[in-house]
Design a protein around this ligand. Structure first.
Ligand code: TXA
Ligand code: MG
Length: 322
């Protein structure tokens, strides 16, 4: 049920239940991170494979040593720079974090979310919250309470309504090789912003979304049900399919003089932050129109444009099943 009743949310969590809650990135499906049963409910509700670990949400960086150990200085520097905010750090875990949360890894992913309701809730609780995005495994992440209700309406007693997510795309995930930060997942915090603080960083996207134990399994992710294509030449691709009912996902402007059932423009002013904020909501809308195909335009390859292209590439990957 969609509600703004913080007390009800707290009681549900304290009695071992799970709820949906808002963050600045996407909505999360949250439970007590220290309670294996609650964590189990998250995995079963999401139908998430057990090898894919969860992010632990804490109330402030001061709480970090309670969930992580051997924390590199550079991790503290990043935490101080960007928390609360859309940055997740992968660190060595403390023994009290259950294996169910980390999928048996000796590392834990942790962040401080930047949403007043959820920060207030964390303040009232005496445990951290494990929370993946509140969507069934493999589908588009929710950026509003209504999206969560569409997915899990009957099964969740509390969907805490915090409005539309300000950022609209998941957090950026950074791990460490010694003191060296490594990118595990592109997200709402641009790589440029991170590099301003720590210098050049390397990539290790394989370690998060493509588990070595299941090669390629997670390449297709954040995906609409409708067949989706990514191209630099939207007009060209549309004209190749004259008989299809097509929806378009565009950066700045509509394409004139073509036959398309629906055209979603993500930022008329060309603002990549705004485009990121609007991306998933537009995908949800197009996906509900019963189209034959969705064609997305490739975004500029800098700032959050890189993140948007990464998400669109995953949405269009159709060789892999999951
Ligand atoms: O913005 C976000 O991060 C949202 C909100 C709710 O906080 N959460 C989110 O969670 O996107 P989820 O579960 O959809 O994605 C978590 C990602 C997964 O790709 C998982 O593999 C990775 O974090 N992850 C979690 N723990 C990890 C670890 N110990 N090592 C490497 N990757 C990890
Ligand atoms: Mg997710």
């Amino acid at each position: 049920m969609i509600t703004v009743d913080l007390d009800k949310a707290r009681k549900e969590l304290e009695s071992g239940g799970i709820i949906a809650l808002p963050t600045e990135t996407v909505y999360g499906l949250a439970g007590n991170a220290l309670d294996e049963d609650a964590v189990g409910k998250i995995f079963s509700t999401k139908k998430r494979p057990h090898y894919n670990p969860l992010i632990v949400h804490i109330k402030s960086a001061d709480y970090l040593p309670q969930v992580a150990r051997d924390i590199p200085d550079v991790a503290y520097h990043l935490a101080r720079s960007f928390w609360p905010g859309p940055l997740t750090l992968v660190l060595k875990k403390q023994p009290n974090i259950p294996d169910a949360v980390t999928s048996g890894k000796d590392t834990v992913a942790v962040r401080v979310p930047d949403h007043p309701l959820t920060l207030e809730l964390l303040e009232q609780l005496d445990f951290p919250l494990a929370a993946p995005s509140a969507n069934p495994f493999g589908s588009i992440s929710p950026t509003s309470a209504a999206h969560v209700e569409k997915y899990f309406g009957d099964t969740l007693p509390v969907i805490l309504d915090g409005g539309e997510c300000r950022k609209g795309i998941e957090s950026t995930i950074i791990g460490f090789e010694g003191e060296r930060p490594v990118v595990f997942r592109m997200g709402s915090l641009s790589l440029e912003e991170i590099m301003e603080k720590v210098g050049e960083i390397s990539f290790n996207t394989k370690s998060v979304d493509q588990q070595p134990s299941a090669p390629g399994m997670l390449l297709r992710h954040y995906a609409p049900v409708t067949d989706t294509y990514l191209t630099e030449d939207v007009r060209g691709l549309v004209t190749l399919h004259p008989d299809k009912k097509i929806g378009l996902l565009l950066f700045q402007e509509k394409i004139k003089g073509i036959k398309a059932a629906n055209q979603e423009v993500l930022s008329p002013t060309g603002d990549l932050e705004e485009a990121a904020h609007n991306l998933y909501a537009a995908m949800h809308r197009l996906d509900s129109l019963d189209l034959d195909m969705i064609i997305a335009e490739r975004f500029p390859d800098h700032g959050l444009g890189k993140t948007i292209n990464d998400k669109l590439e995953r949405a269009t990957h159709r060789d892999e099943a999951n």
